[in-house]
Ligand binder design. Structure first.
Ligand SMILES: [Cu+2]
Length: 152
């Protein structure tokens, strides 16, 4: 009886650790005026960690994340800022100082192809106030990355 309880306890502990270890952290570097990688693949619960952020910030673009997802915004130069992506779909984010020169990144969460909100993002594109063409370019890159299965 006692032994069973101990074994059960150990399994529960393993399960708990297992689910924790399952969430991955993806590093996104700010390199000059680009995100590297520009397109990241993730699963719900993963985090993005932004590095080399001197002179940069990161913020999700309004209307360019899955419905119900939590937007994020780092301060300018905030090193090691992390954002957790809980909802499946595409998230598009920018660096405010360099958005118009193409510093727009995408994280694709989950395995659905196309992502559930891809059409919604494209439909919302006309509402993007600044750097619309760069958002469009990022969506195109994301599609290429999904087709090849490689982050870019
Ligand atoms: Cu920047």
């Amino acid at each position: 009886m006692m032994k069973n309880t101990v074994v059960f306890g150990a399994s529960a502990l393993l399960l708990a650790f297992g689910s924790l270890a399952c969430a991955d952290e993806h590093v996104v570097q700010a390199v000059v005026t680009q995100w590297k990688p520009m397109v990241t693949f993730a699963k719900p619960g993963d985090t993005l960690r932004f590095t080399q952020m001197a002179g940069h910030d990161t913020e999700t673009i309004e209307g360019m994340i899955p419905e119900g997802a939590k937007p994020w915004k780092a301060k300018l130069g905030e090193e090691g800022f992390t954002a957790t992506v809980d909802k499946e779909g595409m998230y598009i984010y920018k660096c405010n100082p360099h958005m118009t020169t193409g510093m727009v990144g995408v994280v694709i969460v989950g395995d659905a192809r196309p992502p559930a909100n891809e059409a919604a993002l494209e439909a919302a594109l006309p509402n993007v106030k600044v750097g619309k063409n760069m958002v469009q370019r990022a969506i195109k890159k994301a599609k290429e990355a999904m087709a090849s299965g490689q982050s870019q």
